[in-house]
Ligand binder design. Structure first.
Ligand code: ZN
Length: 204
């Protein structure tokens, strides 16, 4: 399976970063080795002094597809989940400044947190109106709604499937809302999709 991530898909997040709004969201991959094993803490890697959390809604692909039209995209996923895309921000900015790909800052071991459970999409009356949030040490640090995506899920699928064949089991990280911030040893991160707690991890 592969993890396809979308960056810069929420306006206020782009303002947080101070980056330019792209025509279409940025697309990048994380390797399967980036998935944080269940029940494991997130360990801050030695090569970064500035790891940041990004809470994101996840979409799980349920069949093979390539060059999928937006109109038919809903047939290619049936489950919605929640995840954290960890980013070694200092490394990312350094590589970006140097004009290099910044993949390692996003794809390192443990950088992809996948929530405990996925829910059938039918459970949501409108997948472009789902609330989600991240709490750090009991305080809300990010609070988003999928209605604020610059590019919605179906059009994201059309976009990414131009480049990558989607396969059953692939997961799409759909971008983070405002409020990204650093993690420190001892932090506890808890993520909620509507009122369901799907993420509960410690930082070491
Ligand atoms: Zn992200």
């Amino acid at each position: 399976m592969k993890i396809i991530c979308v960056g810069l898909n929420y306006e206020l997040h782009i303002e947080d970063l101070g980056w330019k709004k792209p025509e279409m969201p940025v697309v990048f991959l994380k390797p399967d080795s980036s998935i944080l094993p269940k029940k494991n803490p997130f360990v801050i890697p030695p090569f970064s002094d500035s790891v940041e959390y990004e809470i994101e809604v996840l979409v799980k692909i349920n069949k093979v597809g390539k060059c999928i039209n937006e109109r038919f995209a809903h047939k290619y996923y049936d489950e919605i989940g929640l995840g954290i895309d960890f980013c070694a921000r200092d490394l990312q900015l350094k590589l970006k400044d140097e004009g290099h790909p910044w993949e390692i800052s996003k794809g390192f071991d443990g950088s992809a947190v996948i929530g405990e459970q996925f829910f059938p999409k039918e459970q949501f009356s409108d997948i472009q109106n789902i609330n989600f949030r991240l709490e750090k040490n009991g305080e809300i640090v990010q609070s988003g709604n999928t209605s604020d995506m610059l590019v919605g899920i179906d059009r994201l699928i059309e976009h990414v499937s131009k480049y990558y064949t989607l396969k059953k089991g692939d997961i799409i990280f759909t971008g983070t809302p405002a409020g990204i911030g650093p993690v420190a040893k001892g932090d506890v991160l808890q993520g909620y999709l509507e009122e369901d707690k799907l993420i509960d991890i410690k930082v070491r």
